[in-house]
Design a protein around this ligand. Structure first.
Ligand code: AMP
Ligand code: MG
Length: 323
């Protein structure tokens, strides 16, 4: 028979266990209340996925990205970029003027490795229409006459952009997504949203945190669908430029969509994929493309000029299947 003392201690221990159970239960319920909303839309030629504890975040991001896409897409004949490419001279919006100005700065600092005037070359190789072919050397040489940032003139007093040479065209494919993410993040901040992950293909912005911890984003393995290094990010953008994103293979050689504006041929710097982590989407996007063209040594030297920037490079010698 139990004594009243042992009965009391058993009751006390049951109360203790019940309290522990209640504490754990409420803690677990608390976790379940920390819900994330996830929405995806096809925009800017890729899947844009928005993840946030705020339900309204996705709508804000999608409408801002759509606004930028409508200005900058070369696939929309009514966009400012398409009209500028057609007319050779156009008064543009502050957004378009700003991104062209930043592109010229990246062109200069990368010694012409990043150059939005590659438009005619991108068309020539069939990357715009996805109708790939290796152009004749003569055609590449003639097209190179249209390329160069000095061919893009900016008139600061009235936001007019003009091309020096007839036939010059700009292609913002290497910088527009990064800029669109920055614009979307600014809109989220204006509306008081502090935490959100935006993933637009190879381009990500991690705003704030995920329930008090940095967002986690994996870099893709360039030669398989397996994931590589996992990065913990807070208020950072990452951009990956890779030879696996758009390419064609002829005669055992891979021809990728990032072109060397000096030679007119696909970049062949030995890099298979480069990921840049930077405080802004625009910087991450432009730098990843520039480094892909420059190669590891010059690329890392360039990244050092941008404070708060980190780089991960995978070279041909690091992967088994080089094709
Ligand atoms: P990304 O994936 O950001 O590296 O951008 C690649 C896209 O940018 C290509 O599909 C082209 O539209 C364009 N592009 C290709 N080569 C260059 C270059 N050297 N500089 C700037 N844009 C480029
Ligand atoms: Mg880029």
């Amino acid at each position: 028979m139990k004594t009243s003392r042992s009965q009391k201690s058993e009751v006390r221990s049951q109360i203790f266990l019940f309290s522990v159970f209640c504490f754990l239960f409420s803690a677990l319920c608390g976790c379940q209340n920390q819900r994330l909303y996830k929405e995806t839309q096809v925009m800017m030629g890729t899947f844009v996925q928005v993840t946030s504890p705020e339900k309204s975040a996705a709508g804000i991001v999608f409408s801002e990205i759509k606004r930028i896409e409508d200005l900058l897409s070369k696939y929309n004949p009514d966009s400012e970029v398409s009209r500028l490419n057609k007319l050779g001279k156009l008064k543009v919006s502050p957004d378009t003027f700003y991104i062209i100005k930043k592109s010229k700065e990246f062109c200069e600092i990368s010694d012409g490795a990043f150059d939005i005037s590659v438009g005619p070359l991108v068309d020539l190789w069939g990357f715009t229409a996805q109708n790939y072919s290796i152009p004749k050397d003569e055609k590449i040489k003639n097209t190179l006459n249209l390329i160069g940032c000095d061919k893009i003139i900016l008139k600061y007093n009235d936001n007019v952009v003009e091309f020096k040479t007839s036939g010059t065209k700009i292609d913002l494919g290497a910088i527009a997504k990064g800029y669109a993410l920055d614009c979307a993040v600014n809109k989220l901040k204006e509306r008081g949203i502090k935490n959100c992950l935006i993933n637009a293909g190879g381009q990500v912005y991690a705003l704030g945190e995920k329930f008090g911890l940095p967002w986690k984003v994996a870099i893709r393995n360039p030669r398989s669908l397996r994931l590589g290094e996992i990065l913990a990010l807070k208020d950072r953008s990452i951009s990956t430029s890779g030879d696996y994103e758009q390419y064609f293979i002829k005669g055992n050689l891979r021809f990728c969509h990032i072109l060397n504006p000096k030679t007119g041929y696909p970049a062949d710097s030995g890099i298979v994929s480069v990921t840049v982590i930077a405080p802004s989407g625009l910087t991450a996007d432009a730098l990843s493309t520039a480094i892909f063209v420059l190669g590891k040594g010059k690329g890392i030297a360039l990244a050092k000029k941008f404070p708060g920037t980190e780089v991960r490079i995978i070279e041909k010698k690091d992967v088994q299947n080089n094709r």
